[in-house]
Structure formats: structure tokens, C-alpha cells
Design a protein around this ligand. Structure first.
Ligand code: IVH
Length: 791
């Protein structure tokens, strides 16, 4: 053998071993360790080498096989008609070659070519290539009797119980006229929204998130416990057939359309193209839509429409000659983690950012990726020097999804959180998580690290100002990020209040500030001097306080003074404010530096919308509620209620009570617990302090009957979904909030009502699944009118 072919033989062996390993991880374990794009490159390298050295081809080469072996635990299924794979095209030229081969193969059937060398055009069915898992569904007499994975193409796994849980797979075909035996083939996939929600749940429950929707779909479908599959947001899309005993149309499109009449889901993007140019145009169209589609696709599949012609063209090794997949640029690529740097955000959170060896991902150069927090670094097991998989999905900031452990260099370094802030040098401290058990609060270390420099830290100051002026906060137009940086760097702005002291002479001449823009900015600043309380609170940028919480604070407490002084327990009376957030708010206002900033702002601003305590809040503060909040062991909400009414809603009276008094209302255990709880001076004082504050805020629950008219929808959570045609969503939300309802973004068992306009999807489905009340827009308008509100 020549050196050249010895080298080729060795490379072929290496590639086969490597690809076999990847196949095992991809098909059997659902845990690929390299991105598909990298796999494709290795695969193509092997194909090219084998083409150049045909004598080295062997039957067990990965180029000659499809997929992987079944996983232990599932019964094996033999596919009567093998489930094959598709050849890939990566460029237009590959598509032209494909079309040429098709036309050459059909030369006898096609009308003769013209004088210019062009032949008659072939009709191709075009459809997106969904990125999920191929499945076969066997229907006998219209009943779904078996579901199977592709496996190695001839033997798959029996996943019948699992496919039955996929909601859009018909268990029984609709209509009539279906073949006695019909094998439907298609892709089980997870839509982007479902994938994000699933990963959120995974993270919350401490489980490992999935790297991408394909892995999530495969991992969900190949579960031995079908209850797990059922809890995953899977969907099916049919693209073909296998075994058939009976009649079906004789074109690809005809078959799919017929299957659709029987209730089998097919792609909404299906298209019949005449000739290769029309195929290329379709590829461009779908490419432009790719990011907007609700599911991930990795290419477009083209199939000869005429089934007789498909049969005539036949197969070559693992691929049909009548179909091809034209791939899109990959969303995932391999690169190297050069370093991890730390960025300081608005609330001082110090977050790790990956600095990468620049790599092109789906057409965009990527050099940085977010790492969220140190938990994420630990979860990924990331070390500097690692080879990592980067994923860029849509507009989302690129993510590091996985470390390729096999490629870790010997000198890889651990990622460490800096002890001091990289911007201002202040101490970096670990956040605290507040927990309460047995009436006592305890703190544990959180996973967020914060620079304690506050607005003395330039990074925090810049971000705080950018947030302060943003549209939903103080809405000061004409102050972009660059300008804020300039003002801070020049020392003209050292706190938000400084904005209100800016002078024309200081601005004009700065980069981006001519006379007109300086005047415009000063006018915009001046216009923001009378903010609504909710806007102002939101603008302060309190950690964990978004627009919604800011609104709740403003509506319930209705004065900056009260919000500033509210005790954490008092804050937890507010809807949606938990212990953690309550502590964040309390801590924010207890901080001397923040107090100073707010004081300064108070001098230049005239905050609107302050006054009486909100009705909603007044309605929910009761002595029983207070007792409940103290978390006295063994005292449940019912016990708290009886106790409160027995002692005339008066905490001092309750504190005076002796054990016998308590025993008259409560059984022994809770009576003891209450006595014990209040025998601790600190706890007694705390309770009295909370009560005193509530009273000072205007609550008088001791007086026999408080006349507090709760708002009609107080305590209710509503969800708006789909398109509203009669009013904007913002408007509908404002109306509901004015009635005391909370408007949430997702449906849960706690939702009271869902308003669904046209185009409503998963939220509506969930609402009907949970049996919730659903209104269309007209019904909603009626409801508003019934409550005396003009829609
Ligand atoms: S046709 C013989 N059509 O891609 C033809 N496959 O790379 C076999 N896929 O195993 C498949 N969308 O999992 C076909 N519209 C589509 C597809 C599609 C996704 C997957 C399928 C197949 C793999 C081949």
C-alpha cells in the first residue's frame, strides 16, 4: 500500500471509531457530545475518503448504516419496510446535482430536453425538516396498535405506551376508507415554547436541563415510564408512510393530504414545487421564516412527488435517490472557551460571561456567551480551555450548552468567582436566601454573588441609570446607553438625581449632543418630574421588583413613605410578594446609600398617585392573617381564625390570654405552641411591631366590622392569550387590574379565568385541560360591563 492509502486507511478507521461512539451517544443514549454540524463534517470526511478508496469500504462503516441499536428495556420491533435516512445537501450546487441525478434516472419517463440542455422539470414536494425523532405509527383497521422508534432502520423500539401520550397523535383514524393496515411515519418533536418551559421546570426541580429541543424530544419519548412522556410537551408531524395494505393515492402530496383528512397531522408548510429553481426559492422562503417558526427545523426536505418515479429511482445504501435534505446553517457549533470574565449588572450581581474563540454559528460570529451564574458553571462542569458546544437560537444570546469532556486539555483551569468587584474593587458577597420554618427565619447562601459597591460602582451606576430612564420606568427619551456611559465617565451623573441637575452647557458638545438634542434631553428630563408612584418604584431598580410588583406595591400601600418603611411581613400581605422579595425590598430601603438616593430624588420629583391604603390590601389584612404569617408551629389557618375572633381581633388581648383561655379555643398542641411562641420576648415584640405598623398604615381590625369593600376581582388571577381585536392587551390588562385581578402570563390550576382571542394556542389548551373558565373577547367585554366597567 502507498503511504497515501495507508494514511487514508488509518484515518478511515479513526473516523469510524469516532462516529460509532457519536452514534451510540446520539441514538441510544440521547446524549450527543458534539453538535450535529461537527458530526456531519466527520461523516462527510469519511464518505469522501471511502469514495476515493472504494476498496476500503466495509459493510459495518457508519456510512452504510442508519441510526443506532435499541435501548435495553424496550421490546424490539422489526420494520416491515425499512426506515431509511436522507442524503444531505449543504449548498445549492448539491441540490442541482441531486436534481440532475433524478432527471437522469427518469430519462425514459420525462419528455425530452430542449435544445439548451434543460430537461423537463420534476415536481418535488417540499417540507421543513423537523428536528426531532423519527417514529412509526401502525394503524390496523383505523386503530393505533403500535408505535416504534426508527432504531437502526430495520429494528426499532416499541414505544406504543409513549406515543399514545402525544396529544396530536390520533388513537383512532377519523372518517373512513383508510387501508386495513397503514403505517404512518413522521417526526415527534418539541416546540420551542414547550422546550423552554420544560427546561425551566427541570431547573426549578434541580434536574438537568436539555441541551436542545431534539434531545428533549428524544429523551422524553424514550422513557420507560410513559407518565414522564405524558408530562412533556411533544407533538407529531407526519411526512410519509411505511407498510400499507390497501389503497392510497399515487403521489406524495396526495397521500399526505389524504392522511390529513383522517386526522393525521401534517406540516402547514407543505408545498409542491415544479423544478429545482422553485425548490431553491422554497428553501430561501423557509430559511427567512426559520426563526419565527414555533418549532426548530434543521433544513428542508425535497421528495419526488410521483410515487411510480420514486420506485423507479429506488435507493442507494441508506438513502433514497428520490429525496434529499437541504440543511440550514447549524445552530450549534464547537469552539474553545478562552476565558471566563465577570460582568456587574444593575443590582450588583456579578455574572460570569464566556469569552470564546470566535466561531460562526448560523451565519453570525459568536465570541461571547452568557453563563448566567456560578450554578450554571457548576452544572456544565465548565473549565477554562474546554471545548464547548455553543448554541444560538433565534435572537437569544448565545448559550454554552455542553462541555465536550473528551476534548478537555490537561491544563484546563477551574472558573473562580473573584473576591472583589472587577469594576470598583468592592467586596463581592454571596446572596442570602431567606427561608422560614417553625416561625423562625433562616438564611442560606444563594448562588448569586453581588458587588456591595452599589452606585459607587460605575458598572452598577451605569446600569441603574439606563434602567431608570428606560421607557417603562421614568421614560426619559434621548439618553441611550452610550450617552449614559459618557455622563457617568465624566462624573456629571453620580446618582439618578443628578440627571435633574444637568445643564445645557454641560451637555452640548458631548459626543452625540448637539444643541437640539441637548435641549430635547433636558425637556424629556423635565417632563419626567411627576412620575406615578408605580413607575418611580420600578425605576429604582429594586432587585426582583419588576413592573408588576411595583404596581402592586403602589396600589396597595399607596405612598412612598409606607413602602419605604414596610416590614417584610407586612409586604408579604401583598399578592405575589413572597418572603424573598419582601426581604429584598426591605433591605433595599434599609440601605443608607439607597436612602440617600431616594431622599435626593424626593427633592427633585413630585411623585403622583399617593394617598389612602388600597382597598385590596386593606381587605386582606386580618389578625388571623397575621397569626398565619408568624408561622406558629401546629397553628393552621383555621386555628388562627378561631383564635382571632375569640380575642376580638385584638393582638394585645390575645397576648394577655392565659393558657386556659387559649385551651377554650384550641386543642392542646396548638394552644401550647401559641403560648410558647409568644413567651419569647423577641417574637412577641415582632408581632406587636407588625400590628403597630399595620395600624399606623390605616388598618383597624380591632374595630368590630371594617367596611372594606374589596374590589370585585380581588384575589383572582386572569390570563390573556391570543389576539384581542376590540382592545389592546395592555388595555384589557389595565381594566382587569383596576378590578383587583392579577394578570399572569401562564395558565395554572390557580388561574380563575382565561380570555382567549383568535390564535390562542397552548394556554387555551391548558385551560381546557384544567377545566378553567374561558371567555372569548365578546364574553370578556360582557363581563366587564356586568361589573360596571366600560370596556
Ligand atoms: S423523510 C426515506 N421527511 O430526518 C425518507 N424525514 O435525515 C426518510 N425528518 O429519519 C425520511 N423531517 O427523522 C423525512 N419532512 C421530513 C423530515 C424527515 C425530519 C428526519 C427523520 C429522518 C431524518 C433523515
Amino acid at each position: 500500500m502507498s503511504t497515501d492509502s495507508t494514511q487514508a486507511a488509518q484515518r478511515i478507521l479513526d473516523l469510524r471509531t469516532e462516529l460509532d461512539g457519536h452514534n451510540q451517544r446520539y441514538y441510544v443514549l440521547d446524549q450527543p457530545s458534539i453538535p450535529d454540524a461537527e458530526y456531519d463534517r466527520l461523516f462527510r470526511e469519511l464518505q469522501a475518503l471511502e469514495a476515493a478508496h472504494p476498496d476500503l469500504i466495509s459493510v459495518d462503516s457508519p456510512t452504510q448504516r442508519v441510526g443506532g441499536a435499541p435501548r435495553a428495556g424496550f421490546t424490539e420491533v422489526r420494520h416491515e419496510v425499512p426506515m431509511l435516512s436522507l442524503g444531505n445537501a449543504f449548498a445549492e450546487a448539491d441540490m442541482l446535482d441531486f436534481d440532475r441525478r433524478v432527471r437522469e434516472g427518469l430519462a425514459d419517463d420525462l419528455p425530452p430536453g430542449d435544445l439548451f440542455g434543460g430537461g423537463a422539470e420534476v415536481e418535488y414536494v417540499c417540507e421543513p425538516k423537523l428536528d426531532g425523532l423519527a417514529v412509526s405509527l401502525l394503524y390496523v383497521e383505523g386503530q393505533l396498535v403500535r408505535g416504534a422508534t426508527r432504531g437502526d432502520g430495520s429494528t426499532g423500539e416499541d414505544i406504543s405506551a409513549n406515543v399514545r401520550t402525544v396529544r396530536n397523535i390520533p388513537l383512532k383514524l377519523q372518517g373512513s376508507g383508510w387501508p386495513a393496515v397503514l403505517e404512518v411515519r413522521g417526526e415527534v418533536f418539541m416546540a420551542k415554547a414547550g422546550f423552554d418551559a420544560l427546561n425551566q421546570r427541570q431547573l426549578e426541580s434541580g434536574a438537568k436541563p436539555f441541551a436542545n429541543p431534539r434531545n428533549a424530544a428524544a429523551g422524553s419519548l424514550r422513557q420507560l415510564d410513559s407518565k414522564i412522556t405524558a408530562s412533556r410537551p411533544l407533538a407529531f408531524c407526519c411526512y410519509g408512510i411505511g407498510q400499507v395494505e390497501g389503497e392510497l393515492p399515487d403521489t406524495q402530496l396526495g397521500i399526505l393530504q389524504t392522511l390529513q383528512t383522517w386526522g393525521v397531522p401534517i406540516s402547514l408548510e407543505l408545498y409542491l414545487a415544479r423544478g429545482i429553481d422553485a425548490c431553491q426559492a422554497y428553501y430561501q422562503r423557509i430559511g427567512a421564516k426559520r426563526e419565527a417558526l414555533p418549532y426548530e427545523i434543521d433544513g428542508v426536505v425535497f421528495k419526488v412527488n410521483n410515487l411510480a418515479w420514486q420506485r423507479e429511482l429506488g435507493f442507494r445504501a441508506r438513502e433514497p435517490r428520490w429525496a434529499i435534505a437541504h440543511k440550514f446553517p447549524a445552530m450549534e457549533e464547537l469552539t474553545e472557551l478562552l476565558d471566563v470574565e465577570f460582568q456587574v449588572g444593575r443590582t450588583g450581581a456579578v455574572t460570569p460571561v464566556a469569552r470564546l474563540k470566535p466561531v460562526k454559528v448560523a451565519g453570525v460570529m459568536v465570541a461571547n456567551a452568557t453563563l448566567h451564574n456560578m450554578d450554571e458553571v457548576a452544572r456544565l462542569g465548565l473549565m477554562i480551555g474546554d471545548t464547548v458546544i455553543i448554541r444560538r437560537a433565534g435572537d437569544v444570546i448565545p448559550q454554552v450548552v455542553q462541555v465536550v469532556l473528551e476534548r478537555r486539555p490537561l491544563d484546563a483551569r477551574a472558573v473562580e468567582i473573584p473576591a472583589s468587584c472587577p469594576v470598583c474593587g468592592s467586596h463581592v458577597e454571596r446572596t442570602q436566601l431567606v427561608k422560614r420554618s417553625k416561625g423562625k427565619e433562616s438564611f442560606s447562601a444563594g448562588s448569586i454573588y453581588r458587588c456591595v459597591g452599589r452606585l459607587a460602582c460605575q458598572a452598577q451606576l451605569k446600569q441603574a441609570i439606563i434602567h431608570f430612564v428606560s421607557r417603562r420606568a421614568m421614560d426619559i427619551d434621548g439618553l441611550g446607553e452610550k450617552s449614559v456611559e459618557q455622563l457617568v465617565d465624566l462624573g456629571l451623573v453620580q446618582s439618578p438625581a443628578d440627571l435633574y441637575r444637568l445643564q445645557f452647557d454641560q451637555l452640548v458638545g458631548l459626543e452625540g449632543f448637539a444643541e437640539l438634542s441637548s435641549n430635547n434631553l433636558l425637556a424629556a428630563i423635565d417632563n419626567s418630574r411627576k412620575p406615578e408612584l408605580a413607575r418611580f418604584i420600578y425605576a429604582l431598580g429594586i432587585p426582583d421588583v419588576g413592573e408588576e410588583t411595583a404596581k402592586v406595591l403602589a396600589r396597595s400601600l399607596a405612598s412612598l413613605e409606607r413602602i419605604k418603611r414596610a416590614l417584610p411581613e407586612v409586604l408579604t400581605y401583598l399578592p405575589d410578594v413572597g418572603l424573598e422579595v419582601a426581604h429584598e425590598i426591605h433591605e433595599f430601603f434599609s440601605d443608607a446609600h439607597n436612602q440617600n438616593v431616594i431622599e435626593q430624588l424626593g427633592q427633585v420629583l413630585d411623585i403622583q398617585g399617593q394617598g389612602e391604603l388600597g382597598a385590596e390590601f386593606a381587605a386582606c389584612t386580618t389578625l388571623a392573617g397575621l397569626l398565619d404569617k408568624l408561622h406558629i408551629p401546629s397553628l393552621g389557618p383555621t386555628g388562627a381564625k378561631t383564635l382571632a375572633s375569640k380575642f376580638g381581633e385584638s393582638l394585645p388581648k390575645l397576648l394577655e390570654a392565659d393558657w386556659l383561655d387559649l385551651r377554650q379555643t384550641l386543642s392542646e398542641k396548638p394552644a401550647n405552641a401559641v403560648r410558647e411562641f409568644f413567651s419569647v420576648a423577641e417574637q412577641r415584640e415582632r408581632a406587636l411591631k407588625i400590628e403597630a405598623q399595620l395600624r399606623e398604615f390605616g388598618m383597624h381590625w380591632e374595630s368590630e366590622k371594617r367596611v372594606v369593600a374589596g374590589l370585585p376581582l380581588a384575589g383572582q388571577t386572569w390570563v390573556l392569550t391570543g389576539t384581542l381585536e376590540l382592545m389592546s392587551r395592555e388595555h384589557a390588562k389595565a381594566k382587569l387590574e383596576a378590578l383587583g385581578a392579577k394578570v399572569a402570563g401562564s395558565v395554572s390550576a390557580k388561574t380563575h379565568c382565561v380570555v382567549a382571542g383568535p390564535g390562542a394556542g397552548s394556554k387555551l389548551a391548558k385551560a381546557s385541560e384544567l377545566g378553567l373558565r374561558v371567555l372569548d373577547e365578546a364574553g370578556f367585554v360582557e363581563q366587564l360591563q356586568a361589573l360596571g366597567v366600560t370596556p
